[in-house]
Write a protein that binds this ligand. Structure first.
Ligand SMILES: [Zn+2]
Length: 189
């Protein structure tokens, strides 16, 4: 009986018939998409909009989804789903059950003295225990910018784990049952 997997190194690495067919397409790109029940975090925040309107503090059950494009590796996949899922879970857990505050907001000042975080916007002031707050390097804690932060951190985590850098990455953050903020990053091959 022939073991189909015991060919020479060359035949093992040869593209499959499917890959050869797809290669003649004008453009070919492989994606994985990850959308899991666990990829959720509950957090409080407030944003400003229309210049000087500042929301009252409130919370969301945020959902996160991710799509990654890249070449197929020797396993013929873009990325290991479990590796991707676990990297994202580490990030959503950092945000879960925290108050999210912007470090780079032009008018909301956020100061952490190690014990308490104080946020001020004009005459308003919020104080939280330091361990209850996450200060993100964003100008406003919108779903779009939270997605951007997740994308940046995810790329770092994937690199730490030795995964190849994707050719494109999309992260979506849903803040209210179907209101998604999405970031898309594209890299040169
Ligand atoms: Zn909100």
């Amino acid at each position: 009986m022939t073991d189909l997997r015991s060919g020479s190194a060359d035949s093992e690495n040869a593209p499959s018939r499917t890959e050869a067919t797809l290669a003649v397409a004008r453009r070919q790109r492989w994606w994985v998409s990850l959308e899991k029940e666990q990829l959720i975090f509950s957090a409080a925040h407030f944003i400003t909009f229309a210049g000087d309107v500042c929301e009252r503090i409130h919370g969301h059950n945020y959902r996160v989804r991710c799509e990654i494009a890249g070449p197929l590796d020797e396993n013929r996949y873009v990325i290991d789903f479990i590796l991707l899922r676990d990297a994202l879970l580490e990030l959503t857990r950092q945000l879960d059950h925290h108050v999210l505050l912007p470090a780079d907001h032009p008018e909301i000042r956020v100061v952490d003295d190690g014990r308490e975080v104080t946020a001020t916007f004009r005459e308003r002031r919020w104080v939280f225990p330091s361990e209850d707050a996450v200060i993100l390097p964003v100008a406003n804690t919108t779903a779009e910018l939270i997605a951007g932060w997740l994308a940046e951190r995810l790329l770092e985590k994937l690199a730490e784990r030795g995964a190849a850098r994707p050719s494109a990455l999309r992260i979506g953050v849903d803040e209210n049952e179907g209101q998604w903020g999405i970031v898309e990053l594209e890299f040169d091959a």
